[in-house]
Design a protein around this ligand. Sequence first.
Ligand SMILES: [Zn+2]
Ligand SMILES: [Zn+2]
Length: 144
Amino acid sequence: MDTSQFEDILHRYGYKRTKARVRILNALYTARKPLSISEIATYVQNKNASVNTSTVYRTVNQFYKDGLLKQISSGTGTPSYELSESLTSYEHHHLICTKCGYMEDFFCEPRDTSPQTIMEQSPNFVTYNTHSFEIFGLCSKCKE
Ligand SMILES: [Zn+2]
Ligand SMILES: [Zn+2]
């Protein structure tokens, strides 16, 4: 993805184009792993110190509410965010350290039964949105 695709996404979701918004999407796309809001702020401010941290917090929360971002909870109290799969078609799962909250993406073959099929088989659900599959453990730093 490049800047014009980020601009398309903003347009599609009814946002005006601002440098902060484009940079936040770019940070999440480039990282290829979930980032906390403070990590996103560090990235954005490296490129442009004039974007303040409260703008990053507000924008990330709004993007999340509007479905541009997916929130991944590490269990450490600080959630991380990534672009939702509906924007990237980048289907994957996460390895998560339960001590420090470090996360990585991983891929595996699609399973025999899709999450949509599982949900359709339940009499109590009608709409499938998304699914998550997280593996929790300790990273090498935390194991020492
Ligand atoms: Zn760790
Ligand atoms: Zn991810």
